[in-house]
Write a protein that binds this ligand. Sequence first.
Ligand SMILES: [Zn+2]
Ligand SMILES: [Zn+2]
Length: 280
Amino acid sequence: MLRFISFGSGSSGNCYYFQAGQTRILIDAGVSYTQLRKFFQSFGLQMRTLNAVLVTHDHADHIKSVGKLAAECGLNIYATELVHEGISRNYCVTPKLTSEKRVFISKDESFNIGDFKITSFHVPHDSTDCVGYRIEVDDIRFCLITDIGHVTERVQEEVREANYLILESNHDREMLMKGPYPAFLKGRIAGENGHLSNTEAGELLANYASPNLHHVWLCHLSEENNHPVLAQKTIDGILRSYGIIPGKDFKIEVLKRRNPSRVYDLRADGVVDPTLPFED
Ligand SMILES: [Zn+2]
Ligand SMILES: [Zn+2]
């Protein structure tokens, strides 16, 4: 069984918790260390029991607290070499990571952390480098795809294979284009290396979701250029036009921006009610 909690999603900070048995990891640590500590306490979790932090890319909303997590909790920070270079240049990361806390990963080369088999893969984004992650445990394939300017063949493949998926649904294109952002920023967000729109996320799901996909969490919604109800409605509409029934074929939820989600316990055949304590 795989346990999942989101501790924050969006430009104010991204952080996702995964646990299977005694293996506990975070993907991204863009929520402040103080806030993260509060969230852990509220779930009866302890930060010192974490095994590692995996990083998608070196934008502040994904790395803010990696320095503290390494220094205070002794955690290793996993990222590609380029992302690590970006982290060491980023002023928001204090203290700096020492060399023994840096673990370099290579895209498409699987590695194990405890019970997890983890694979990173390239996604197009305007950071130093950017990856999506696939976690495999107990016949479950959980995939995280965020901060992605456009859909690649590799991303289509990952969606096709996933049982569970965190997928970026950043903006509504019309809201973005009619909104208050300056032209260069609109161009950046909508561009090939920016962020995925609601429509792009919906088309990706409609074309590549398999019958083995059980649950999708929409992430990284823009505060200015999107709305949770609009994202859900847009994607529901696209899916229905392809004959897919949201909630029946698979469930879709929007992750909260500044607050944790509930605890999700996941099996290969679907979400189950959380019963086990964290320290089993
Ligand atoms: Zn980013
Ligand atoms: Zn981001």
